[in-house]
Design a protein around this ligand. Structure first.
Ligand SMILES: Nc1ncnc2c1ncn2[C@@H]1O[C@H](COP(=O)(O)OP(=O)(O)O)[C@@H](O)[C@H]1O
Ligand SMILES: [Mg+2]
Length: 134
């Protein structure tokens, strides 16, 4: 995984596309299956889009975790936006303060092997997504 691909600044929807590319590249680097890569890329896309739309932009970085032969990809997306008041409600399907379906967070959570979210009005929002190859 190159350093160039490992960190994407998120300001526009074009940047979300770059994040998708970086996610696919990171999954290819661990030899992920097509289905697993697609799941991870979709989750990354939702989280990156949220950072652009709700988080006033942010950064997503990709790294590998685990020993050789059992590598996983970890994506950490941070923003300095207003934060999320009620995380459980935000993650539940159908909740949106925008004009979309409210399936992004819940969907992303179901698509990855590990999903963590922390948020506060002072620090903004941080979402961690982790996926293994299969
Ligand atoms: N990075 C973020 N910063 C602030 N609020 C967020 C962020 N991500 C999500 N949210 C809040 O959580 C809600 C649910 O997000 P999501 O499930 O992706 O649905 P949608 O994007 O369709 O609104 C959003 O409508 C928004 O209120
Ligand atoms: Mg969303």
């Amino acid at each position: 995984m190159t350093d160039e691909a490992a960190r994407v600044t998120l300001k526009t929807s074009g940047d979300v596309a770059f994040a998708r590319q970086a996610a696919a590249k990171a999954m290819a680097a661990i030899g992920a299956s097509t289905i697993k890569s697609t799941k991870f890329v979709t989750a990354v896309s939702e989280i990156a889009r949220n950072a652009v739309i709700y988080g006033r932009g942010g950064v997503i970085s990709f790294s590998e975790a685990g020993a050789a032969g059992q590598k996983r990809v970890v994506a950490v997306c941070t923003d300095r936006g207003p934060g999320i008041d009620d995380i459980d409600r935000a993650v539940s399907d159908g909740f949106s303060t925008g004009k979309s379906l409210g399936l992004g967070l819940g969907g992303a959570k179901r698509l990855v092997d590990r999903f963590e979210i922390t948020s506060s009005s002072k620090q903004g929002t941080k979402v961690t997504l982790e996926c293994g190859p299969r």
